[in-house]
Write a protein that binds this ligand. Structure first.
Ligand code: SAH
Length: 235
């Protein structure tokens, strides 16, 4: 899978996506992340990419021209399944959307800044808009890093234990059960006996019940037939 990220702050990604699982995915050739500095596509003096909003008001707006230039260039090189604008008012990211994106071959993530992007970008260039939550970040970079991480770890071969993504929270609309590691008794704080029993069937049953209980308490909406992550229409 190839992810092209358009940003005025490419430096943000080097830390976030160059470590651990993300690093390994790229080294194994399972994921490619290409960063594009939007300023390289400016035709203005000082590589300017933003300007005042028509009609007045505080805050600068990312202009359409450099965004158009970079997206047209990318589209002339390959086909994209989706050109995604990171936006606080987009579809709320969930595991279902991450699963869906992990099946794509090429996607673009456009990071806004300041007041956002000229609306004509959203109307004419963007095929999808994704939000990572109902709060406002100062730029789309952290959101794009979140989407990239959530998607790349789902690609076959990225996680060393291939089944481990499947047992994560949300994959089956359940929260993951609690996990423990050695020592089994730490200053009197003990690991549940059953996990030490070696009875796989009982352990699986215990884990399932824990998942169900946790989901009821923490995310009851996941158990509803039309929960956001349960809804096939969100695919
Ligand atoms: N004025 C806009 C917010 C702009 S924030 C509004 O009120 O909707 C600047 C940029 O940060 C946005 O263009 C977007 O790319 C990114 N951003 C902010 N919050 C985000 C979120 N919750 N999810 C995804 N991207 C976000």
């Amino acid at each position: 899978m190839r992810i092209d990220i358009i940003t005025v702050l490419p430096e943000i990604f080097t830390g976030a996506l160059d470590q651990s699982i993300m690093k390994r995915a790229q080294q194994k050739g399972l994921a490619e992340i290409h960063l594009h500095q939007l300023r390289d596509y400016s035709t203005m003096r000082h590589r300017q990419v933003d300007d005042y909003a028509f009609g007045g008001g505080a805050g600068m707006v990312l202009q359409i021209e450099p965004i158009w230039n970079v997206i047209e260039k990318l589209k002339s090189e390959r086909n994209y399944d989706d050109i995604i604008y990171m936006s606080p008012d987009g579809e709320l990211l969930n595991q279902q959307i991450a699963n869906n994106l992990s099946l794509k071959e090429n996607i673009v993530l456009l990071c806004g800044h300041y007041k956002g992007v000229d609306e004509r970008v959203r109307e004419h260039l963007i095929t999808r808009e994704i939000s990572i939550g109902n709060y406002v970040l100062s730029g789309g970079e952290l959101a794009a890093a979140v989407v990239s991480d959530a998607v790349i770890r789902l690609l076959p071969g990225v996680l060393s234990d291939e089944t481990s993504a499947l047992s994560d929270s949300f994959q089956d609309n359940l929260i993951a059960p609690p996990v423990y590691s050695r020592p089994n008794d730490f200053k009197g704080m003990k690991v549940p006996e059953i996990l030490l029993s070696g009875h796989e069937k009982n352990i699986n049953e215990w884990r399932f019940n824990q998942s169900l209980e946790r989901t009821k308490v923490r995310r009851p909406e996941l158990l509803l037939p039309h929960s956001p992550t349960n809804n096939p229409d969100s695919l």
